[in-house]
Design a protein around this ligand. Structure first.
Ligand code: FAD
Length: 194
């Protein structure tokens, strides 16, 4: 494992790779467990890179989002823990019509990285006067950690970018597999006025 850690440090940056990182700072569950190796991916490029590198090096890894659902044993995790802090949200298209009152937006396509929390997403939707999503559980949960379990989120999902078996694919929501790692999603959201 030492050789593999050296490769991770040389590619991802020595200061970014943490050894024996206490996980209590990264998950909501109270734990004294540590991660043998730990890294925070802050954007999509870093997330793709770390997932590719881990699978090339055959390092067992765990991807965590908001950490709201992770139960970490006090003996810690022997492998590589990757914290997903990707956070970009972009409007990639709008559909609307011109009326006597001006130009109105009916719906928008939004590209959301998988580390975005529901709290952040709903703040963004509110700022843009788009309809917010109903989320009955923890608002710190991320898109990536929740998509598999939320039919209401799947219903507004147009496309999903996933990392699967060492490669990146753009897939339809119906083709999402349990083993896929979610990188980003494209959502179709109605106007807040509709
Ligand atoms: C309606 C509803 C139904 C639910 N049903 C279930 C259920 O049947 N079973 C269940 O376990 N939970 C279920 N949940 C809980 C759900 O997983 C959590 O509430 C929360 O959404 C987890 O988000 P998180 O970002 O905190 O994930 P975390 O607590 O960080 O991780 C939770 C799990 O998601 C995985 N994960 C995190 N990010 C990604 C990603 N980008 N790509 C792929 N996997 C990722 C982690 O590896 C881990 O296995 C349900 C939630 C809702 C709202």
């Amino acid at each position: 494992m030492k050789e593999k850690i050296k490769i991770l440090e040389s590619v991802l940056g020595e200061v970014r790779i943490k050894i024996d990182e206490p996980l209590k700072y990264h998950v909501e569950n109270k734990t004294s467990g540590k991660a043998l190796i730990f890294y925070v991916a802050t954007n999509l490029k870093e997330l793709k890179q770390v997932l590719s590198l881990s699978s090339e090096l055959k390092i067992p890894f765990f991807l965590i989002g908001g950490g709201t659902k992770m139960i970490i044993p006090d003996k810690g995790l022997e492998g590589f823990v990757i914290k997903n802090r990707t956070g970009s949200i972009k409007i990639s298209g709008v559909k609307g019509k011109v009326s006597p009152k001006g130009i109105g937006v009916d719906e928008a396509m939004i590209e959301v990285e998988s580390g975005v929390s529901f709290q952040r997403l709903n703040e963004f939707l509110k700022e843009q006067n788009l309809r917010q999503l109903d989320f009955p559980f923890n608002l710190n949960s991320t898109m990536g950690g929740s998509l598999q379990f939320m039919p209401s989120l799947q219903a507004v999902t147009q496309k999903v970018k996933v990392f699967s078996e060492g490669e990146v694919f753009d897939i339809d929501i119906l083709d999402l597999k349990e083993s896929d790692f979610i990188l980003s999603v494209i959502l179709k959201v109605k106007s807040g006025d509709s």
